[in-house]
Design a protein around this ligand. Sequence first.
Ligand SMILES: [Zn+2]
Ligand SMILES: [Zn+2]
Length: 189
Amino acid sequence: MVAMSASRTVRLDPRSPLVLDTRELGRRPGSMRRARRTVPAPADWALELVRVPEGADVELDLRLEAVMEGVLVTGTADAPVAAECGRCLEPVTERLCVDVQELFGYEQAPDDPEAPILDGDLLDLTGLLRDAVVLALPLNPVCADDCAGLCPGCGGKLADLGADHSHDTLDPRWAALGGVAPDRPTMES
Ligand SMILES: [Zn+2]
Ligand SMILES: [Zn+2]
């Protein structure tokens, strides 16, 4: 029980691009500020086949609103996404725009020790943005909806090989996969 979350004691760096200073906002409920900035993408916005390239421009368009308990942040993050097609491994680029919303408390709520809080006037967008972006990354990126993928025989891209492409000897491992799975027995009472 001694080891409380260590990150709570780390002071935020006001020069970090993902740290916002709310001093100008004040703490009177209802006051509002818009924060628009371009920040470099951190290194960990990535899944196996898809990522926001580290250092890429991420456009933040955020609204900061003082409420009774803290500062409510809502808005969008717009970022480029680089992926490999899950079928043919060709590079795929697209953009991602995610909605974000988080309440940063002035004080730690006793019933929610993990809730994000302000550090003085500073708030850290790192976790909020990472969660929103990584959750929105496509799990199965494809270069085109009808991408035919790679030839299982030679690994060539089927779109480039032509419709009459075939191999005389079918690898038995692939032949086995081509079979239709038998129906599973069903439990009936
Ligand atoms: Zn493809
Ligand atoms: Zn082939």
